[in-house]
Design a protein around this ligand. Structure first.
Ligand code: NAD
Ligand code: DAU
Length: 356
C-alpha cells in the first residue's frame, strides 16, 4: 500500500492509473479536492479493492497522522500542490499554505510515522516529493539545460513555494534522516489536465471557436513531457532511486508556445476540421504577457537516464496527438469540467463528502 497525495489532480490521477495497472500494491489517494481535484479522473478504478480515497488537506497534521497509522503505507508520494503560475500571481496565499506549510506539516506527520516503524518496514519506507523545473528560474537561449546542481532562482510565487518545499524535504533528510527523494520535472501534458494550462486550454478553446490566447510574443520555451512518461520516472525513482537524491525529469522537447499552439491546430484541422473550413490557427491571439514570465526551461535528464535507465516513450509529436485524441474522445469529461459539474461528483455518487 502506498499513499499518494493530490491523486485527484492531473499528474496524480495519471500516476494512480499507471500504478494500479503495473503494480500489485494498493493506493490510498489523499486529496483536498480543490478546484483542481476531480474524482471523476479515477472513475474507472473506484471499484478496484486496491484503491481508496480520503478527502483531506496535507496541512492537517492530525488527519494525515491518522491515515498513516491506519493504512501503514510503505511510501508517500506527494503530488498535492497549488500548481498554476497565473493563479499564484493573482493570489499567492493558497500557494504558501499548501506548498510550503502543507508540505511542512505532511513532513512532520511522515517523520513521526516513519519513527514508529521498525525493521524492514522502516528500512523500505520512502517519501517522494514531486517538484518542478521552475525552481531553477529562467534560461537564456544559449544556456545549458538545468541539472540537479543548478542554483535555485524561482521567479513566481508558485515557483518560490515549490522551492521552499524542496528545501524542507532536503532538510528533513539531512537533519532527521527521513528517506526522502525529490523529482524536478518539466512541463507535463496529457489526459485529465485541467484546462487552465496551455495545451488543454488551446484544445478546448479551438473546439469552442474561442480565441487561443498566447502571452507576449509567444517565443517563451518549455520542455514538454508526456504525463505517462513522467509517472513512469516517478515509479522508478521511488523503487530504485538513491535516498536523499534529487532527479531531474524532462522530455528533451523544447518548443516555443506559438509552435505548440500551431501544432495543436494542425492536428485538429486533420482530426476535427472546423465546420466552416476555417484553419484553427486563425484563432491564435497574442495577449498581454504574464508578469515575470520565465523565458526558457530545459532539463538535462541524464542522471535518471543513466542511473535508472528511464527514457521517455513518447516524442512530443506522438504525445501531443494522443492528447488531442483523448480530449476529442472524452466530451463528457470536458463538459463536466467546463460546467463545474465535476465538483458535485462525490455528492452524486456517495451523497456525502467523506471518504468511502
Ligand atoms: P493539479 O493542480 O492538477 O492537481 C493538484 C492536486 O492536489 C488536486 O487534486 C488538488 O485537489 C490537490 N491538492 C491541492 N491542495 C491540496 C492540499 N492542501 N491537500 C491535499 N490535496 C491538495 O496539479 P498537477 O499538474 O497534477 O501537479 C501535481 C504536482 O506535480 C504538483 O506538485 C506540481 O507542482 C508538480 N509538477 C507539475 C507539472 C505540470 O506540468 N503540471 C510539472 C512538474 C511538476
Ligand atoms: O515547468 C513545469 C511547470 O509547468 C509546472 O511546475 C506547473 O505546475 C505547470 O503549470 C507548468 O507551468 P507553466 O507556467 O509553464 O504552464 P502553463 O501551461 O500555464 O503555461 C505554459 C506556457 O504557455 C507559459 O510560457 C505561459 C504560456 N501560456 C499559458 C497560458 C495558460 C500562454 O501563452 N497562454 C495561456 O493562456
Amino acid at each position: 500500500m502506498i499513499l499518494v497525495t493530490g491523486g485527484a489532480g492531473f499528474i496524480g490521477s495519471n500516476f494512480i492509473h499507471g500504478w494500479l495497472a503495473d503494480r500489485t500494491a494498493g493506493v490510498i489517494n489523499f486529496d483536498k479536492l480543490t478546484y483542481a481535484g476531480n474524482r471523476g479522473n479515477l472513475r474507472s478504478v473506484e471499484a478496484d479493492p486496491r484503491y481508496a480515497f480520503v478527502q483531506g488537506d496535507i496541512g492537517d497534521f492530525e488527519l494525515t497522522s491518522r491515515v498513516l497509522a491506519a493504512h501503514k503505507p510503505s511510501a508517500v508520494v506527494n503530488f498535492a500542490a497549488e500548481s498554476h503560475v497565473d493563479r499564484s500571481i493573482h493570489g499567492p496565499e493558497d500557494f504558501i499554505q499548501t506548498n510550503m506549510v502543507g508540505t511542512f506539516r505532511l513532513l512532520e506527520a511522515v517523520r513521526a510515522y516513519w519513527g514508529s516503524l521498525a525493521g524492514e518496514e522502516r528500512s523500505r519506507f520512502r517519501f517522494l516529493h514531486v517538484s518542478t523545473d521552475e525552481v531553477y528560474g529562467s534560461l537564456g537561449p544559449q544556456e545549458a539545460e538545468f541539472h540537479e546542481k543548478s542554483p535555485y532562482a524561482p521567479n513566481s510565487p508558485y515557483a518560490a513555494s515549490k522551492a521552499g518545499s524542496d528545501h524542507l524535504v532536503r532538510a528533513y533528510h539531512r537533519t532527521y534522516g527521513l528517506p526522502a527523494l525529490t523529482t524536478n520535472c518539466s512541463n507535463n501534458y496529457g489526459p485529465y489536465q485541467f484546462p487552465e494550462k496551455l495545451i488543454p486550454l488551446v484544445i478546448l478553446n479551438a473546439l469552442a471557436g474561442k480565441p487561443l490566447p498566447i502571452y507576449g510574443d509567444g517565443l517563451n520555451i518549455r520542455d514538454w513531457l508526456y504525463v505517462g512518461d513522467h509517472c513512469a520516472a516517478v515509479r522508478q525513482i521511488l523503487e530504485r532511486g538513491r535516498i536523499g537524491e534529487t532527479y531531474n525529469i524532462g522530455g528533451n522537447s523544447e518548443r516555443t508556445n506559438i509552435d505548440v499552439a500551431r501544432a495543436i491546430c494542425r492536428i485538429l484541422d486533420e482530426l476535427r476540421p472546423h465546420p466552416r473550413g476555417q484553419a484553427y490557427q486563425s484563432l491564435i491571439t497574442h495577449v498581454s504577457d504574464r508578469p515575470g514570465h520565465d523565458r526558457r526551461y530545459a532539463i538535462d535528464a541524464s542522471k535518471v537516464e543513466t542511473e535508472l535507465g528511464w527514457k521517455p516513450v513518447e516524442t512530443f509529436e506522438s504525445g501531443l496527438r494522443k492528447t488531442v485524441q483523448w480530449y476529442l474522445q472524452n466530451p463528457e469529461w470536458i463538459a463536466s469540467v467546463s460546467s463545474g459539474d465535476y465538483r458535485n461528483w462525490l455528492d452524486k455518487n456517495y451523497g456525502q463528502r467523506e471518504s468511502r
